[in-house]
Design a protein around this ligand. Structure first.
Ligand code: 3EB
Length: 328
């Protein structure tokens, strides 16, 4: 089975849904995209930079998926792969001792666990997490740190590991809306790749929050048609420290160096062979980020830019990338 990742403008998205596993719509008005209701999808309030009013990120295969629902999770299964999407409102009156975001996160990850069991694709390969006000503190804890604690508790509760074989991930701030999560899962376990330049996220020291974020730096899924590589959101972090605070150009270069270090462990992928999703905290930094990205990647690789809060306040840019999914 082949797998394709594409970014389409909503005006051009009338076609191409018959073999769609799922989609995520990014923009200031993400709700207006023409997506067939059976296809799992999410709307993420996140401005597009240097592009159309909205990007539809669409995952396609070459066989018609089977669509279903497991609890709150909308699922599409094709071959040995599953795509799932769900959103979770934060309760105004959460159970005692947890915040609304923590309650929503624990509930969402419980739903995902149940959906994975139902789908037969037990192995989480890649997961995207979008939540509003990610850098805001409530009750003395940043919302990203609240999310980290709740994600960790939910994974432990469902009997999953919290280091080693954990999915590649992204976690970013969106403008508003519920906690929104989509994921790719597989019947077979992927390979889990760490970055020799970086402390594994699940081993970050406590100065970044009482509970560490749980994700692998990348996962690699082998298939008869070739491997697919899923690189987590990557930033200007070396060891566990942020480098080049206040210098978005240098942060972009460091981030790309981090991605190259990962690629060295995942042949035959190269910087040129990937598709990129680039999150820029301040729109005003876009030209500086673009200049570095263009210099490193050249004209060929597909890339989209979004404006988003990144999970450390001193990070100006974060880059995720995917390989082996139908790039040029
Ligand atoms: C970092 O390297 C940057 O919490 O799921 C990147 C990718 C980041 C995923 C997550 C966070 C997450 O720590 C932040």
């Amino acid at each position: 089975m082949r797998m394709r990742l594409e970014y389409v403008e909503s005006e051009r998205a009338r076609e191409g849904w018959r073999d769609a596993l799922g989609a995520a719509v990014f923009g200031t008005d993400p709700l207006g995209a023409p997506i067939p209701p059976e296809v799992p999808h999410l709307a993420v309030h996140m401005p597009v930079l240097a592009g159309p009013v909205r990007w539809i990120e669409r995952w396609r295969t070459d066989e018609p998926p089977h669509y279903s629902r497991a609890g709150a999770v909308r699922l599409a299964c094709a071959g040995a792969l599953a795509f799932g999407a769900l959103s979770a409102e934060e309760p105004h009156e959460p159970p005692a001792g947890v915040s609304g975001l923590e309650a929503a996160t624990e509930w969402a990850y419980g739903q995902i666990q149940a959906a994975l069991a139902a789908s037969g694709c037990r192995h989480l390969v890649r997961i995207w997490n979008y939540l509003p006000r990610i850098n805001t503190y409530t009750g003395g804890l940043e919302r990203y740190q609240q999310f980290n604690g709740a994600r960790r508790r939910a994974l432990l509760l469902s009997g999953r590991l919290i280091r080693g074989p954990v999915p590649a991930a992204s976690a970013l701030g969106c403008g508003r809306g519920p906690l929104s999560i989509y994921f790719l899962a597989a019947r077979a376990a992927p390979r889990f790749i760490e970055n020799p330049r970086q402390v594994s996220a699940y081993h970050y020291p406590r100065q970044y929050g009482p509970q560490a974020p749980i994700f692998s730096r990348a996962t690699l899924l082998e298939a008869a048609q070739g491997a697919r590589l899923f690189i987590s959101g990557t930033s200007s972090i070396v060891g566990h420290r942020t480098l080049h605070a206040g210098d978005p150009a240098a942060q972009t270069r460091e981030t790309l160096t981090n991605i190259e270090a990962l690629l060295a462990q995942a042949p035959p992928f190269t910087l040129e062979s990937l598709t990129y999703k680039i999150y820029v905290r301040h729109a005003a930094d876009l030209p500086r980020v673009q200049r570095e990205v263009d210099a490193a990647l050249g004209p060929r690789p597909r890339r989209v830019y979004l404006q988003a809060e990144v999970c450390r306040a001193d990070l100006a840019v974060e880059i995720e990338a995917t390989g082996g999914c139908g790039e040029p």
